[in-house]
Design a binder for this molecule. Sequence first.
Ligand SMILES: Cc1cc2nc3c(=O)[nH]c(=O)nc-3n(C[C@H](O)[C@H](O)[C@H](O)COP(=O)(O)OP(=O)(O)OC[C@H]3O[C@@H](n4cnc5c(N)ncnc54)[C@H](O)[C@@H]3O)c2cc1C
Length: 437
Amino acid sequence: MAKPYARAGEKGEYIDSYYSRTLNEDKIFPELCEQITTPVCVIGGGMAGVATAHSLVEKGLKPVLIEANRIGWGATGRNGGFVSSGYSKGARDIVKQVGESHARELYKLTNDALGTVNRRIGDRQDLKENISGHFEVSWFNEPGVVEKNVDFINDLMGVNYQFWPKDKFRDYFHSDHYHDAYLKPDALQLHSLNYTCHSAREAEKGGARVFEKSPVTEITKTPNGWKVTTEKGSILADQIVMCCSAYIGGLNFKLSNATLPVATYVMLTEPLGDRLKDAIEGKWGVSDNRVSSNYYRTFDDTSLFWGGRVSMFNPTGRKLEQIMMKDLLLVYPQLKGIKADVAWGGYMGYPVHKMPQIGELEPGFWYAQGFGGSGMTATVAGGEVVSDAIVNGDERYKLFEPFGLDYAGKPFGPIVAQTAYWLFQLQDAYKEWRLNR
Ligand SMILES: Cc1cc2nc3c(=O)[nH]c(=O)nc-3n(C[C@H](O)[C@H](O)[C@H](O)COP(=O)(O)OP(=O)(O)OC[C@H]3O[C@@H](n4cnc5c(N)ncnc54)[C@H](O)[C@@H]3O)c2cc1C
């Protein structure tokens, strides 16, 4: 493991995490200290904002991308790195809300986005981890359910996921808690911070201007468009795209009030050497189907990258390591005694309906936010539809119209959401007791 990122933790800098420790994109973009003009100003340099700017460049525009901290500083540069098609809302719920053919079009967007991520990685193999494929495994003993679900998903999403019965899965992942599973063979494990910085650099090479450590403090309407004011400069733009998600603060109340900041966490263990094989022999990513699910993968140096939990609170440091280790040992008690190397958390923007919020608030004022816990392809899909609308007048962004900017209940939303989460956890515990006895 490389040394901690030199400036980790300083104001505006990356937090200490696996990603900041292994950041290989050393370019620091400048602060905005002047007044500039642009056809499109993208606000927020997470995966949504960077993907939007990159797509605009690929379509021939020269946008400005403006980030309050560092590129990928928010959820994007802290996440699990699991990249596959789909959304935070379940497939059956999407069909129930918008019907089958609409749902198919929505899934086509994230399938295409997965292709876009692969294309943008190109031959930069260092932007992804040395493993691909991702399992969704059931925590519950429900014979036949997973297999039936795989058929449904394959047909609806146009993917080719593979059913694995419990015994076959447990040959690779030695936990008594696991039952049937399915493999998403085309899923990637991304180094999401390196990938996002690379994508921002590519956008810059294509003519975008990228600024870091330049928080936007105000957005005002002008006769010809918008004035975006930062601490030390300003941007006159014909159109703007807001991509600030959970970190938006008070910049725009309508957008801020439509998502809840929900924290989730990751821990990296020390290298486990031969002990890793006592628990895990599969070179794939894994996540389970509880509300309080775990998601994890292993690295070549035998360390274990372990994510999980959602919460409105934000424990840090040693306390967080203890919480994460307890979860890990519940699944793999044979790893008792291993140590954490670093643990961190980040906020995801969650709308009440769990679907991305993508659209035009008023003419020339676009937004793409609220991607929840399945944001890696959905943000890229969002960047594509918004840029296509701006450049070509394409209307695919309207596929997201049914999932509007519903009020998420601030300031009480976090308390309600935390209570709902605890109730869901109880439901999972009851289901486990009922089915797994
Ligand atoms: C721990 C964790 C694990 C996750 N694991 C996965 C996973 O494995 N797979 C998956 O698909 N998804 C995962 N997610 C979710 C995924 O990371 C997000 O959905 C996605 O990164 C959202 O990207 P974004 O660009 O919308 O938001 P962010 O990455 O949060 O970016 C928003 C940016 O806006 C900037 N900003 C805010 N206000 C201003 C302002 N006033 N001026 C300028 N800039 C501003 C912020 O600094 C920030 O950089 C995970 C999230 C977390 C936190």
